[in-house]
Design a protein around this ligand. Structure first.
Ligand SMILES: N[C@@H](Cc1c[nH]c[nH+]1)C(=O)O
Length: 359
């Protein structure tokens, strides 16, 4: 890594510190058994995990956010803001040109008004990247979550959809099944119809007990008896997933959708307030892109505003900056306490690479 990269990381840290963020460090080796699940499927597959004889499973930190939240929930008072710069580690499964170890310079805001904090994080990162002509993307996982929670269907279905919000393909498949757009697989249908599913199957082998299997079949039967999600609600969810427009146009579509789906009302008000706060900070909200599905494939702790900045001329590079809101993560690590929180990171190596490519 060249000295320019360290200089760039220091420049970014100085910007965050200038906003009152307290510099923090986290151990490179983190407890995997406690933390790894919080990242979700993608990172779980990409973390470097090792075993320590006394501490159990350890991993090379895949990011700073989770360790910083953990430390804050253990010992910090609200509100608080932190910044950091250091290496994170992620396996690359397919692309050998992507680094497995890279620097992140970032900051996190705990507490305060969520719309203001979202706007501050986004505007600070946009300003820090000024001159690189990057393209922003934004989204809001909270809108889709609110829509799912408001569906007129069983809690079991809502729970399953919420667990898969970050996995678009599985979410789609589940939704289409619940909306009766795809039929039940033949085998499942036969199982549902059988008077005694154990008849003629011989002794119960395998890892699951008979009681576990019976409970699972009862759950599947409940599911099969639940009426399909209405076509009207299916279409509203589709409309949310397909949103891809400037933020003001998305906002007006969402207001229309909220008439038929009042459950997203608060999330839409939150988006309105965020856009106002962003505009007050000089963000060009009129042309800001917003996608209903943005941020659904990365970190599973995001549950509100999400954003990224990408080079339009270097689409081969990963996003230069990413971030988002993760209120629920603070509750998971807070032992009963929770605080609204948002943050973002910039990758100094990519900033230098793009800047040099343009020089
Ligand atoms: N930790 C995230 C970025 C982030 C910081 N704060 C919120 N999000 C990442 O590694 O992509």
């Amino acid at each position: 890594m060249g000295p320019e990269v360290r200089t760039e990381a220091a420049r970014l840290s100085a910007i965050f510190e200038g906003l009152g963020a307290q510099p923090v460090d986290t151990s490179i080796l983190q407890p995997a058994d406690v933390l790894l699940d919080l990242y979700g499927e993608d990172i779980r597959a990409r973390a470097y995990v090792t075993a320590d004889p006394l501490r159990g499973e350890m991993m090379l930190r895949p990011d700073f956010t989770v360790p910083v939240v953990r430390a804050h929930m253990d010992e910090g008072g609200d509100p608080a803001r932190y910044c950091y710069a250091g290496e994170v580690f992620r396996r690359q499964e397919t692309d050998p040109d992507r680094p497995i170890e890279f620097l992140q310079a970032g900051f996190e805001i705990f507490g305060g008004d969520p719309a203001q904090a979202d706007a501050e994080v986004f505007a600070t990162i946009a300003d820090a990247l000024e001159g690189l002509d990057l393209w922003p993307s934004t989204g809001d996982i909270g809108i889709l979550m609110a829509a799912v929670r408001g569906l007129r269907t069983s809690e079991a279905r809502k729970g399953a959809l919420l667990r898969h919000v970050w996995r678009p393909r599985r979410f789609r498949a589940l939704l289409d099944r619940y909306g009766a757009r795809t039929p039940l697989p033949a085998q499942r249908k036969a199982l549902m119809a059988a008077d005694d599913p154990f008849e003629g199957v011989g002794p119960v082998l395998g890892l699951r007990t008979r009681i576990e299997i019976e409970t699972r079949i009862a759950t599947l039967r409940d599911e099969a008896r639940t009426p399909p999600i209405s076509e009207e609600e299916m279409e509203l969810i589709d409309m949310i997933l397909d949103l891809r427009e400037t933020a003001p146009n998305v906002l007006s579509s969402l207001r229309d959708i909220a008439v038929d789906m009042p459950a997203i009302g608060d999330a839409v008000t939150g988006l309105t307030r965020r856009l106002d706060a962003m505009s007050a900070r000089g963000v060009d909200v009129q042309s800001l892109p917003f996608e209903g599905s943005f941020g659904r494939t990365t970190l599973e702790y995001y549950d509100g505003f999400v954003f990224g900045f990408q080079s339009p001329t270097r689409a081969d590079l990963p996003p230069v900056a990413t971030g988002g809101r993760y209120d629920a993560l603070t509750r998971q690590l807070g032992q009963g306490r929770a605080v609204p929180a948002v943050g973002g990171v910039i990758r100094p190596e990519l900033v230098v690479q793009i800047r040099e490519g343009r020089a």
